[in-house]
Design a protein around this ligand. Structure first.
Ligand code: ADP
Ligand code: ADP
Length: 224
């Protein structure tokens, strides 16, 4: 079964004269273990599509099925629970909580899923080690470099072992070399676990590494 199934999914922002058709009739399935690059020019609808894929937003036409559930038939609360269990997110500007330590940023999603600190500790520390931040886990994210902050975000996305990780331009705010290291890390994470990754990108390296590329243009899926 696909983790995500989009059936002629569309997304319209606003109404009347200010209406924007950001996405039109996208049909695609995302399968366990895939590593997918989502490519397209700025404004083509990549973030909008990722928000549908990850259940952050609802389509205004067509259907999105996430983990076998039709998002249209779920309440906001049920969708939030489904996301908390099954989807991790990585963003261009990291979106870490500045007042929490690296450790607590990574613990946070497990806390939301009801894990005590004690129960979560082994999993959190293992993740910190995997992303190479063992010497920094007591610090707040603001004291780390951009690349290190993105490692924290990746650890946070993966710590609950989600079926799906959605990354929206994860290298967009990093220099070329640091971005390449982050892509290496994401590829490693995909290879070592069953986690499916969907990543929007302008990075040629990521394009070259991906086993599947979705090309989007003017809100339409041009190539799969
Ligand atoms: P990309 O990620 O490829 O840059 P987006 O999905 O962010 O593209 O945007 C697609 C289109 O939808 C653009 O025209 C953008 O201006 C518009 N858009 C995105 N988010 C909103 C929003 N919240 N309200 C109105 N228009 C939006
Ligand atoms: P060490 O880092 O030398 O193993 P510490 O006393 O710093 O020893 O940490 C012991 C354990 O406490 C760590 O392995 C970690 O699991 C946990 N820990 C450290 N910092 C935090 C924190 N901010 N919140 C929760 N647990 C923490």
């Amino acid at each position: 079964l696909p983790l995500v199934s989009l059936q002629q999914a569309g997304k319209c922002y606003g109404k009347g004269a200010g209406k924007v058709q950001a996405l039109q009739e996208v049909t695609a399935g995302i399968w366990p273990g895939e590593f997918i690059a989502l490519c397209g020019p700025s404004g083509s609808g990549k973030s909008t599509l990722l928000n549908l894929v990850g259940g952050i937003d609802y389509p205004t036409s067509g259907e999105v099925w996430l983990m076998g559930r039709n998002l249209r038939l779920l309440s906001d609360r049920e969708t939030a629970r489904l996301r908390a269990q099954s989807v991790g997110f990585v963003f261009q500007f990291f979106n870490l909580l500045p007042v929490l330590s690296v450790y607590d940023n990574i613990y946070y999603p497990l806390m939301l899923n009801g894990y005590s600190r004690k129960l979560a500790d082994e999993q959190v520390m293992a993740m910190i080690e995997r992303v190479g931040l063992i010497n920094h886990y007591r610090r707040p994210p603001g004291e780390l470099s951009g690349g290190q902050q993105q490692r924290v975000a990746i650890a946070r996305a993966l710590v609950k072992r989600p079926a799906l990780v959605v990354a929206d331009e994860p290298t967009g705010n990093l220099d070329m070399r640091t971005g390449e290291e982050i892509i290496e890390l994401l590829l490693e994470m995909n290879a070592q676990s069953d986690t499916t990754l969907v990543i929007s990108t302008h990075s040629p390296q990521l394009r070259a590494s991906a086993r599947r590329i979705l090309e989007i243009e003017d809100g339409k899926l041009k190539d799969d």
